[in-house]
Ligand binder design. Structure first.
Ligand code: 1BN
Ligand code: ZN
Length: 347
C-alpha cells in the first residue's frame, strides 16, 4: 500500500485576498508612469483667435481681376519717368485707389538719373483706414525700365515691365478692391514706389530705387512703424519661385516664416520655396537702411547663377504674355490671408 500525500486544503478566500493584494501593489508600481506623455515631439502652438474680435473669413483673391490690372498698366506703354505714359498711369492709379475708398498721397520728388538729367517721380501712397493704429504695409514699384539691356535686340527701347513693376501693383490694386468689399479693423498702406528700375546694372546700388530712397527719408507719416512691411517685385511671371531672401531673413525672420508658412498652408508651397537665397538690392534695402523699417521682399529668383530673376528680366519678353494668373493668385491670396488673419488676431 502506498500512502497518499495529504493535500493541504487552502480556503478560496485566501487566493482572492492575495490576488487583490498583488493588484494593489502593482498599481502603485506602474501608477507614476500612467500620467507620462508618450515620447513624441509636441506640435508648435498655433495662435488662437483673440476674443472680442469678430472673425472674418479670408476672402478669395480674384486673379482674373489682378491680371486685368496688370494689363491696364502695360497698355499705357512703358511707365518710364518723364514720359506721357508714366503721367497717365500715375493719374489712373491714384483714381483707382480712391475709387476703392483709400486716402491717397501723391509724394512728388525729383531725383538725378545716373546717365544725366533729372527724373520727375511720384510715390503713390494709398491708405486704408488712415486712423487705425495697427497697420500692414505692402509695397511694389510702378515704374518700368527705359532699356532692355539684357536683350539681344532693341536694347535701347523701353520694356513693358509686365512682371517687373506691373505685377506687384496689379496685386496691390486687387487687394484694394477686396478691402472695399470686405472691410477689416486694421489699417493697410499700399505703397507704389516710383523710380525703382532705371539704375546702373554695372554701377552703384544707389542709382536704383530712387523713389523708396526718397520715401524712407521723407515718411508720409513721422515715426511710421507698420506691424508687417512686405515688398512685392517680379510676382507674376510663369515659372516664378520665391525663396527666402537674405536681407528679409536678417531684418524680419519671423515675418518671413509667417508668410512662407501661410503660403504653404494655402497650398502654394510650389511657389514659396523653403530655401534661403542671398540678399539683393531692391526697395526694401533702402527702406531698412533709411527708415529702419524691417521690410521683407517677395521676389522671384527662379535661377541660380545666370538669369537670377528669370530669362525675361530686363528684356522685351517681359510683356503681358509672361504673366501667369496662377502666380498672381499664389502671391495675392497669401497677402490677403496675411491681412485678414492679422485682423483676426491669428497672425
Ligand atoms: C529688381 C527688379 N530690381 C530691378 N528689377 C532691383 C535690382 C537692382 C536687382 C539691381 C538687382 C540689381
Ligand atoms: Zn527691374
Amino acid at each position: 500500500m502506498f500512502s497518499m500525500q495529504k493535500k493541504t486544503k487552502r480556503p478560496k478566500l485566501a487566493y482572492i485576498l492575495i490576488a487583490l493584494l498583488l493588484l494593489w501593489a502593482g498599481f502603485y508600481v506602474i501608477q507614476p508612469y500612467l500620467n507620462q506623455k508618450p515620447n513624441v515631439p509636441t506640435p508648435p502652438k498655433t495662435e488662437t483667435p483673440k476674443p472680442n474680435i469678430p472673425q472674418i473669413a479670408v476672402p478669395d483673391f480674384n486673379a482674373d481681376s489682378a491680371f486685368l490690372f496688370v494689363k491696364k498698366q502695360v497698355d499705357f506703354g512703358p511707365r518710364v519717368p518723364n514720359t506721357p505714359a508714366h503721367q497717365k498711369c500715375a493719374a489712373w492709379l491714384v483714381n483707382e485707389f480712391k475709387r476703392y475708398g483709400f486716402t491717397v498721397i501723391e509724394q512728388k520728388m525729383q531725383a538725378p538719373y545716373y546717365k544725366g538729367g533729372t527724373f520727375n517721380g511720384v510715390n503713390i501712397i494709398a491708405q486704408y483706414k488712415p486712423e487705425a493704429q495697427k497697420r500692414i504695409c505692402i509695397a511694389a514699384h510702378w515704374d518700368s525700365r527705359n532699356e532692355a539691356d539684357k536683350d539681344t535686340k532693341d536694347i535701347n527701347k523701353a520694356i513693358d515691365g509686365a512682371d517687373d513693376g506691373a505685377s506687384g501693383v496689379g496685386i496691390l490694386l486687387e487687394i484694394a478692391r477686396t478691402l472695399k468689399n470686405n472691410p477689416v479693423d486694421i489699417g493697410v498702406d499700399l505703397i507704389c514706389f516710383d523710380l525703382e528700375d532705371n539704375g546702373d546694372d554695372q554701377g552703384a546700388i544707389e542709382t536704383w530705387c530712387l523713389g523708396s530712397q526718397y520715401w524712407s527719408k521723407n515718411l508720409h507719416r513721422p515715426g511710421y512703424s507698420p506691424y508687417y512691411a512686405i515688398l512685392l517685385d517680379l510676382v507674376g511671371a510663369k515659372g516664378a519661385r520665391f525663396y527666402k531672401e537674405g536681407i528679409s531673413r536678417e531684418v524680419a525672420p519671423k515675418t518671413v516664416e509667417k508668410v512662407w508658412n501661410m503660403a504653404h498652408s494655402l497650398g502654394y508651397g510650389e511657389y514659396f520655396v523653403n530655401e534661403d537665397r542671398p540678399g539683393i538690392t531692391d526697395d526694401h534695402l533702402f527702406v531698412v537702411r533709411g527708415a529702419q523699417i524691417p521690410m521683407i521682399d517677395i521676389i522671384s529668383m527662379p535661377n541660380d547663377g545666370e538669369h537670377v530673376f528669370g530669362s525675361h528680366h530686363h528684356t522685351h519678353a517681359d510683356n503681358i504674355n509672361i504673366i501667369d494668373k496662377n502666380v498672381l493668385k499664389a502671391v495675392g491670396q497669401t497677402m490677403t490671408a496675411v491681412i485678414f488673419e492679422t485682423h483676426n488676431g491669428v497672425l
